[in-house]
Ligand binder design. Structure first.
Ligand SMILES: NC(=O)c1ccc[n+]([C@@H]2O[C@H](COP(=O)([O-])OP(=O)(O)OC[C@H]3O[C@@H](n4cnc5c(N)ncnc54)[C@H](O)[C@@H]3O)[C@@H](O)[C@H]2O)c1
Length: 351
């Protein structure tokens, strides 16, 4: 939890703050944190905002679709700082619907960047993802590690980054980019979230074995609690360097076996893993070098054990089971043949 006593210098000058995607998992936590820092927060999201967030002091909701430039301009006007979190966060969805993913992540980010420029926004923080690195060539990953996304989701997030950095170079857009590793904490949607922490807990709290795709020792991830992530984003808004990229993680990697052991400690009952080695595609070490972020004065505060214990309590016994799956490939669609007939152009345009 972020307290007003946390020292954020420049951020004090930003009174009006926009959080795009503020109705989503990470966004709701960030809106809560900013409200506690006495900011006037406008949530820009095309989804309905929960009453718990809408009723926080200083919070209002503008329902807008960031794929539409006019709506984006209207929604962002008056903002001193913008945290851009809206987008598709599902790799699986991006494999199934790459154009949809590109519109939500790349096009919308171009709109947010351009509108921020036109409206004179003083700081734009973009929440990107470690997915842009693709398969890591070494560990830990520094920000200058080559990018090579293997999912459309990674390509669309990278496109958003490149657009904002190019706007920074050509126009001075004050944009800072955070590349987050795996975020966990209360409020993830089990139907969409692919994060291992909440998935492991949900299976285990239903007294079921935990299915894991891949090698349980070679597959490691860097988990950052959502409270730490929000603190990191606020640190970037406060004192990140324009045009720079910062890894957002804990700096510690945890294998799937170690995560199961932590689940055992958090719940007091032995967790059982059910390994499925049919795909080893994501069985690699993924851990952030966070020295650039820590140089700004940020330090992760929530340990995995503490975060897991709190989340287990929050989920209670028999929570909804996760249905999100990691999908890396699909069959190509059947070849389309378009008849040259009246109405064909409309049919194509609506694809
Ligand atoms: N969850 C993670 O582990 C993780 C890791 C790295 C990066 N990220 C990034 O963090 C961001 C937030 O992730 P999340 O897990 O909170 O996702 P989420 O799906 O819970 O929230 C995304 C929100 O964005 C809104 N949105 C999407 N497209 C929009 C549009 N065109 N116009 C207006 N609103 C729109 C949705 O309605 C939703 O409320 C995403 O950009 C994601 O890429 C997430």
């Amino acid at each position: 939890m972020i307290h007003t006593s946390d020292t954020f210098g420049v951020l004090r000058e930003y009174e009006e703050v926009v959080v795009t995607g503020g109705a989503g998992f990470v966004g709701r936590h960030l809106v809560t944190a900013l409200s506690r820092l006495d900011k006037k927060v406008t949530v820009v999201d095309h989804a309905v905002l929960g009453e718990d967030i809408a009723s926080l002091p200083g919070v209002r909701h503008v329902r807008a679709d960031l794929r539409d430039y006019g709506e984006t301009l209207l929604a962002l006007q008056g903002a001193d700082a913008v945290f851009h979190l809206a987008g598709n966060a599902s790799g699986t969805l991006s494999v199934e619907k790459p154009r949809h993913d590109f519109h939500l992540n790349a096009l919308a980010t171009c709109n947010v960047g351009n509108a921020s420029l036109e409206l004179g926004v003083r700081r734009l923080v973009y929440l990107s993802s470690a997915i842009v690195y693709g398969t890591p060539q070494h560990a830990p990953i520094r920000e200058d590690h080559p990018t090579g996304p293997f999912l459309p989701y990674g390509a669309s997030k990278l496109s958003g980054e490149l657009t904002l950095r190019s706007l920074h170079r050509t126009t001075g857009l004050p944009a800072v980019i955070g590349r987050s590793f795996v975020i966990y904490g209360p409020g993830e949607d089990p139907r969409q979230a692919g994060g291992e922490v909440s998935q492991f807990l949900r299976w285990h709290l239903n007294d079921l074995p935990i299915p894991v795709v891949g090698d349980i020792d070679r597959k490691t991830r860097d988990f950052i609690h959502v409270d730490d992530l929000c603190r990191a984003l606020i640190t970037l808004a406060d004192r990140g360097t324009d045009g720079e990229i910062y890894n957002l993680g804990s700096g510690t990697d945890v294998s799937m076996r170690e995560l199961a052991e932590a689940v055992t400690r958090a719940t007091g009952r032995p967790a059982r893993l059910e390994a499925d080695n049919s795909s080893l595609e994501d069985s690699f070490t993924l851990v952030a070098d966070i020295s650039r972020l820590t140089a700004l004065g940020f330090k992760p505060q929530v340990t995995l054990d503490a975060g897991l214990t709190a989340l287990a309590e929050e989920l209670g016994r028999f929570p909804e089971l996760p249905t999100a799956k990691a999908v890396f490939r699909r069959e190509p669609p059947p070849r389309r043949r378009l008849a040259a007939s009246p109405g064909a152009a409309e049919a194509v345009a609506s694809c």
